[in-house]
Ligand binder design. Structure first.
Ligand code: A2P
Length: 322
C-alpha cells in the first residue's frame, strides 16, 4: 500500500502524520525534531492547540530557509470554532500562518462544524455558568466557500474539514469536495457508516486518536464516569503484536492503514515516535483484520464527543447526535 494520498494538483499527503495536540511547547519542539529525524514529513496542528509557534520554530530549524526543504513538508492547521464565520476566517488564517512563520500551509481545515462566539484573545469563551459561548448562526456552506476562496491567495494549497458527520460531509461536497475529512477513528470507534459515506463521496480520511488517546479518555472518564479500556492492552491487539514481533501501537496503526486511512499518532517519546512510522514492512492477514474489526463499539467507542465543551450539543451543526 502506498505511504501517501495523492491530492489534486499532484501534491502528496504522507499517510502517517505527526499529531501535536496537548504537548507543552518545549516538549513539542523536541518531539518534532525527533519526528523529522524519524522521517515524518506531515505535521498536524490547529489554532486551538495554541502551539503553532513552537511547531513553526522546530520546522523552520529543519527547513533552514530552503524552499526545496519546505516543499518536502506537509503542514496542516485548522480554523478554530471561534473563527467559523466568513467574516473571521481570514484573520484566524493569517494569525496561524504568522505564528507558524511559514509562507503557506499545505492543508487548512474547518476544525469543527459548530462555532463559538468570536472573543478576541479567548479561543474557548465561556459563559458565567461554565457553558461555552456558542455561536448558533453558523452557515457551514458559506464558511466552506470562504475556505475555498482562501486557496486563491496561494498561501494554502488544500482545504478540508474535520469532525463532520456524513450528512454534513455530503452537504459540503455539494459545493466542492474537501481534500480530506479528519475524524476520530480507532479500533473501538471504527466509523464504518461515515467511512462508507466518505468513500462514496471520494473524500480521503485522516484518523485522529488512532491509538485511543488514553490521556484524553482518562480525563473524560474522570468527568463523565465513562470508562475506556487501553487499546494498547486489548488481548486481541497484544496477541497479534506478538505474532508479528511488533508493538501494540504498530498493530493499531497498521490496521488503520490497511483500512485505507491516513493517521496522525502523537508521541513525545523518540522510540515510540520511530515505532509509529515503521509500518511499511509487515502486513496484517485477512483474519487478523477481522479480529481487529470485531473490537468496534460504534458510537459507544467515541472518546472525543466534545463533552468538555458544555453547551455545544445545542448548536445546529453539532455533528454527533445521540
Ligand atoms: P507518549 O507521548 O508517552 O508516547 P493518540 O495519538 O491516539 O492520541 O495517542 C497518544 C497517546 O499514546 C500518548 O499518550 C502517547 O504517549 C501514547 N503513545 C504514542 N505512541 C505510542 C506507542 N508506540 N506505544 C505506546 N504508547 C504510545
Amino acid at each position: 500500500i502506498p505511504d501517501y494520498f495523492q491530492l489534486e494538483g499532484g501534491d502528496r499527503m504522507p499517510r502517517i502524520g505527526f499529531g501535536t495536540w496537548q504537548a507543552a511547547d518545549d516538549v513539542l519542539e523536541k518531539s518534532v525534531e525527533a519526528a523529522l529525524e524519524a522521517g515524518y514529513r506531515h505535521f498536524d496542528t490547529a489554532r486551538a492547540y495554541e502551539n503553532e509557534a513552537a511547531l513553526g520554530r522546530a520546522l523552520n530549524r529543519w527547513i533552514k530557509g530552503d524552499p526545496e526543504r519546505r516543499k518536502q513538508l506537509f503542514v496542516v492547521t485548522k480554523l478554530p470554532p471561534g473563527g467559523n464565520s466568513p467574516e473571521r476566517a481570514q484573520e484566524y488564517f493569517d494569525a496561524s500562518l504568522r505564528d507558524l512563520n511559514l509562507d503557506y500551509v499545505d492543508l487548512y481545515l474547518i476544525h469543527t462544524p459548530f462555532a463559538f462566539e468570536h472573543v478576541p484573545g479567548d479561543l474557548h469563551p465561556k459563559n458565567p455558568d461554565g457553558s461555552m459561548k456558542v455561536d448558533h448562526s453558523t452557515n457551514l456552506l458559506e464558511l466552506w466557500k470562504t475556505l475555498l476562496k482562501l486557496k486563491e491567495s496561494g498561501r494554502v494549497r488544500h482545504v478540508g474539514v474535520s469532525n463532520l458527520n456524513a450528512e454534513q460531509l455530503a452537504r459540503v461536497c455539494s459545493v466542492e469536495r474537501p481534500a480530506c475529512l479528519q475524524v476520530e477513528v480507532h479500533a473501538l470507534c471504527q466509523q464504518q457508516p461515515l467511512l462508507a459515506a466518505a468513500n462514496k463521496l471520494g473524500v480521503p480520511i485522516v484518523a485522529y486518536s488512532p491509538l485511543g488517546s488514553k490521556a484524553l479518555a482518562d480525563a473524560l472518564a474522570a468527568k463523565t464516569g465513562r470508562e475506556y479500556p487501553d487499546l494498547l492492552q486489548l488481548p486481541t491487539v497484544t496477541r497479534i503484536a506478538q505474532v508479528h514481533g511488533r508493538t501494540p501501537a504498530q498493530i493499531l496503526l497498521r490496521f488503520t492503514l490497511q483500512r485505507g486511512l491516513a493517521a496522525i499518532p502523537k508521541s513525545t517519546n523518540p522510540t515510540r515516535i520511530k515505532q509509529n512510522i515503521s509500518l511499511w514492512d509487515f502486513e496484517l492477514s485477512e483474519s487478523e483484520l477481522s479480529e481487529l474489526a470485531a473490537l468496534d463499539r460504534g458510537e459507544d467507542g467515541r472518546i472525543c464527543d466534545f463533552a468538555f465543551f458544555p453547551g455545544v450539543e445545542k448548536h445546529p451543526e453539532f455533528p454527533f447526535k445521540k
